[in-house]
Design a protein around this ligand. Structure first.
Ligand SMILES: *[C@@H]1O[C@H](CO)[C@@H](O)[C@H](O)[C@H]1NC(C)=O
Ligand SMILES: *[C@@H]1O[C@H](CO)[C@@H](O)[C@H](O)[C@H]1NC(C)=O
Ligand SMILES: *[C@@H]1O[C@H](CO)[C@@H](O)[C@H](O)[C@H]1NC(C)=O
Length: 478
């Protein structure tokens, strides 16, 4: 037996490992969980840092008094106005920062101005307006007397830099944003603020054919050598590519924070619980070891992406977009995860408590229906209105046509909070109380919305008559 004090020292050390870990809390969900329950769950897990994409009042109120360190966010769409309207910047800071700084309020540590604003696929839309917006927000923070404590940062996608040879030492910032990037870098250094970057090994694997799969994980795949350093995973290589890019323009010592890192679990052949678990196990172990990367040893500050699956995210980048959660839509962990990064499982991720569900019932295709071609029309409609990104080859729901139609019916029915009218489908839908889930394919039961969030009947009535507006691009996948 250990004496009790040994146990306490061990416990303190473990909590310390988790302490640095942050999570992204996105809100693009049709049925968000009650924010107070979510905040409780974060504290139970010892996760004391969250990054938001806006400053939603309900979320902010739930965070008040929690002691969590909060990064609030300004969406890209606001940058145009903020860049030339200082009064709006003042108003934003007043409504979304100083409003919450009362005693027992929210511990806001930083404001993220924009979200990946220099992403190549935005075609430069925010390149000119970002820095003027940063300056306006900083000035408003300074004027409110909190500019010393609350820092402006910009979460960039890792595509702001590149390496033509794929070697970290050839890293450099993209030419078409160089001027604006230099302005930001000078600003960050002057304010002692970190460079925030989102690094996605999954996207490296997904986007480049021939990318060696093992290099996306942390199991010492065949290493590449670069100027005396050895890289056995793309996370380290990517991070050090940034360090080289910074060094070349005179900012070698800037702090770096990983604003997003994670692995999705559905919607693509590389996305499942097994590979996500493998990725997180490797990542969390690495973070706990404080080994850093070949070029920068030590502790890495990281925000995982993300908390929950979000069924309203755009799937333009791919169907996996709605499956980044370490929790399912209902706050249950998808797979065991040891936040302390120890093999023996010291700090296992716990789910959200007190989640209320609708009744245990599902909507499926009536088994009497023989001619499935009419039912398929209904499937297309259901999937255009609800989330069918788990359906398809190499996904969690790789089903025969009849079950595929049932899955789509149920998604629509649950999305509409089990409204009886949402299980009609020209008389082909039927309600069942026996769970139709099979294997990995879960037919969900919706969570109950809290009173303030119940939707109105109108949008439903409109959509019932809208089966003409299919989103056809979906079905090539099914
Ligand atoms: C403050 O943030 C909220 C939530 O993101 C947003 O709806 C509101 O418009 C913001 N205030 C201003 C003045 O932009
Ligand atoms: C960027 O340009 C491409 C190609 O011209 C276009 O397809 C895409 O819609 C544009 N995206 C934005 C956000 O403007
Ligand atoms: C199934 O229904 C479609 C559309 O109503 C019809 O064109 C087709 O002939 C039917 N198939 C059979 C086998 O009855």
């Amino acid at each position: 037996m250990f004496p009790a004090w040994v146990f306490f020292i061990m416990l303190a050390a473990l909590t310390d490992l988790v302490r640095g870990l942050g999570v992204n809390w996105g809100q693009m969900s049709s049925h968000p969980l009650p924010p107070t329950n979510v905040v409780k769950m974060l504290k139970v897990n010892g996760i004391m840092k969250v990054k938001l994409f806006d400053a939603d009042p309900k979320t902010m109120k739930a965070l008040a008094g929690s002691g969590l360190d909060v990064m609030v966010g300004i969406p890209n769409e606001k940058l145009d106005k903020l860049s030339h309207d200082y009064e709006l910047a003042q108003k934003w800071v007043k409504e979304n920062v100083t409003e919450y700084l009362y005693k027992g309020g929210v511990s806001i540590s930083s404001v993220a101005v924009g979200n990946e604003p220099f992403l190549s696929s935005y075609n430069g839309s925010y390149v000119k307006t970002l820095f003027p917006s940063v300056k306006n927000i900083q000035r408003a923070l300074d004027e409110a007397g909190v500019g010393g404590k609350i820092k402006c940062v910009v979460p960039f996608n890792a595509d702001v830099y590149e390496s033509p040879s794929n070697k970290p030492s050839d890293g450099r910032f993209r030419k078409n944003i160089m001027k604006e990037m230099m302005e930001i870098l000078h600003f960050l250094r002057a304010k002692k603020a970190p460079f925030v970057v989102n690094i996605y090994p999954f996207l490296s694997l997904y986007q480049s054919s021939g990318f060696p799969q093992e290099f996306a994980f942390f199991d010492n795949g065949s290493p590449i050598r670069d100027k005396g350093a050895q890289y056995s995973n793309v996370f380290d290589a990517n991070y050090d590519t940034l360090l080289w890019a910074l060094k070349k323009v005179g900012f070698a010592n800037l702090d770096i924070v990983i604003g997003e890192v994670g692995w999705p679990t559905d919607g693509n052949g590389y996305c499942n619980n097994r590979l996500a678990k493998k990725f997180y196990d490797g990542l969390l172990k690495k973070l706990a070891s404080k080994e850093g990367t070949p070029l920068r040893k030590g502790y890495l500050e990281v925000y995982l992406f993300g908390l929950f699956d979000e069924d309203q995210k755009s799937i333009a980048p791919g169907d996996f977009e709605r499956h980044w959660g370490i929790f399912r839509y209902d706050g249950k962990p998808k797979f065991p995860m040891d936040l302390a990064g120890q093999k023996s499982g010291h700090q296992m991720l716990k789910g959200v408590e007190g989640v209320k569900y609708l009744e245990r019932q599902w909507c499926v295709l009536n088994s009497d229906v023989r001619n499935l071609s009419n039912a398929q029309v209904e499937l297309n409609y259901a999937c255009s209105m609800a989330d069918c990104t788990s359906l398809g080859k190499q996904r969690s729901c790789d089903l025969e046509l009849h079950d595929r139609i049932s899955y789509a019916f149920n998604e629509f029915y649950q999305n509409r909070d089990q409204d009886v009218r949402a299980c009609d489908f020209s008389g082909m839908g039927t309600k069942v109380t026996q769970d139709p889930s099979t294997g990995d394919c879960i037919f969900p039961v919706q969570v109950a919305l809290s009173a303030g969030e119940r939707r109105h009947g109108l949008s439903y009535a409109l959509s019932v008559f809208a089966p003409l507006f299919f989103i056809m691009s979906f079905f090539t996948l099914l």
